[in-house]
Ligand binder design. Sequence first.
Ligand SMILES: Cc1cc2nc3c(=O)[nH]c(=O)nc-3n(C[C@H](O)[C@H](O)[C@H](O)COP(=O)(O)OP(=O)(O)OC[C@H]3O[C@@H](n4cnc5c(N)ncnc54)[C@H](O)[C@@H]3O)c2cc1C
Length: 388
Amino acid sequence: MFDWLTDDQRALREMAVTFARKEVEPIANQIDREEKTPDSLTAKAAELGLFGLYTPVEYGGSGADMVSVCLVSEEIAKASPAFAGALTVQMVLCPKTVEILGTDEQKQRMLPASASGERVIAYSQSEPGGAANIPSHLTRLEPDGDGYRLDGSKLFCTQASAQTYLVMCKTKNHAGQEGYGCIIVEAGDEGFEIAPYEHKLGWRGTNTGPISFNNVRIEKDRILGDVLTGGIAHRAANHANVLAHAATSLGCAQGMLDRTLDQVKERKLYGKHMGDLQPVSYWLAESHARLSAGRALLYENARALENGTMEPGMGSVCKGWIGDTAVDICTKLLKLWGGSGIMDSTGVHRYLRDAIAKTVAEGASEMHYAIIANQLIYGKPYLQPPAA
Ligand SMILES: Cc1cc2nc3c(=O)[nH]c(=O)nc-3n(C[C@H](O)[C@H](O)[C@H](O)COP(=O)(O)OP(=O)(O)OC[C@H]3O[C@@H](n4cnc5c(N)ncnc54)[C@H](O)[C@@H]3O)c2cc1C
């Protein structure tokens, strides 16, 4: 299906295949077990320019397109869905948000260092009232002299040990108008605290946890975009990120299928090749069919995003459906491993755990289905249906 790839896209995919096999795969179980990505792997990813893949050339990146981002994310996720997931936040969500909202000075200050991997940027929106339920959010930015003060707390911040945080919060400008903005917080800011991170079911290897702000001074140059709209006006970054995220779900399930195929080809049961047993052969074939469909869906939309022709709600179709399909595939294929699949030694149950985590991070599948349903019913990808 990839006969339309450009030479550059092919070369990037080959680079990702080699990186995944040589550098990521050998330590993928270790990342999961120790819940930590070794600095040496991060340094190698930086050396290959992966953090700056989607950042424009003028800001120190390589300006690759969404198809390339998905190819690279999928290949790395085959080896470690967890590492690939963390990479998309650094590669797509954070730099794209800065690119969309930032002034030239802010972009020059943040993007080259992010592209080189020197500056880790985190994205923080989730709160106890529901990550996407913005009206319930309590973190607030209030005017204070010629600047602002930030108070509140956030949950589930991935890369909670970053140097820089993009914080979405309720805002008030100096004229008293209210909105939802995007604020830059630096790790050393007085009043900013990172709570101990939580142990996770899946997507381990990144430290996801709560962060809080107690009267943190925010100068005007720390406001990204319009103070009243920045928290919403970068939605194109979320749309790009859900595709990259879907690519990691696809790679996750493909990685599970590849390992399961190796196991099935090796193993004999009742004097037969395992692959000759039902439902083994059926599940293998069905997984392959569903992954092929998911791949066609994803890359069609990655191309459409680049051309500006992606239809409303299609990012949610990719994120929701590919994510849930990956969980289903990993659940079935894990059964084909029998007891070995449950043991740590084979390292395959992490695929199922990572697949599940991916259906929640960057918006739960059900939220994405709500967006799709509202697009179908009301002709707009609303998060909530309009009042009757
Ligand atoms: C590994 C991981 C990393 C994360 N990293 C970050 C991060 O870096 N920054 C950040 O801000 N957040 C992060 N999150 C949070 C993530 O974005 C939220 O968990 C996710 O969006 C769901 O929001 P919630 O947890 O508030 O669940 P809730 O909004 O409370 O939803 C609970 C459940 O209700 C259902 N539901 C929710 N909304 C709808 C709807 N509209 N229609 C129908 N059903 C619905 C779903 O089943 C959902 O799972 C991360 C989460 C995980 C698991």
